[in-house]
Ligand binder design. Structure first.
Ligand code: SF4
Length: 134
């Protein structure tokens, strides 16, 4: 083997791999838009900032409508647990049910009604349904 060809040792391999990993990590950690969740300006009565509240409700992930307990922080649901007192699921909650809070904060979530694939005003679906939409 000639003088110009250098053997890559195990130590060199790990050194180069470490540099590559660190560079990839630095690139992937580049900050994106910072979004802040602001607290209530006028808080609900009985709400203590930083203290979780629990509400009994039902999961809307499918037609089974399992009973859930929703943990809410500062007025925002953050976690769902199965309600052990509900006869449908007796405390169990499937993966779809566990992920239901993600839909609340999805940036792609619709922010207004759509008719025939087009954004529209709330008056149109109200008029079509013939009853008030809350
Ligand atoms: S927890 Fe699962 S099975 Fe129950 S309603 Fe939600 S999605 Fe359906």
């Amino acid at each position: 083997m000639g003088e110009s060809v250098r053997q890559i040792t195990r130590r060199d391999f790990f050194r180069f791999s470490g540099v590559g990993f660190a560079a990839g990590l630095a690139i992937s950690c580049k900050s994106k838009t910072v979004e802040k969740a602001l607290p209530y300006l006028n808080a609900q009565e009985g709400l203590t900032p930083g203290v979780a509240q629990w509400y009994a409700t039902t999961c809307q992930g499918c037609s089974a409508s399992c009973g859930v307990l929703a943990r809410s922080r500062d007025g925002r649901p953050v976690k769902l647990e199965g309600n052990p007192d509900h006869p449908m699921n007796r405390g169990g909650l499937c993966a779809i049910g566990q992920a239901q809070t993600r839909g609340l904060y999805d940036p792609a979530r619709l922010k207004q009604p759509r008719v025939a694939g087009q954004d529209c005003d709330w008056k149109i679906p109200r008029r079509r349904s013939g009853r008030p939409i809350r």
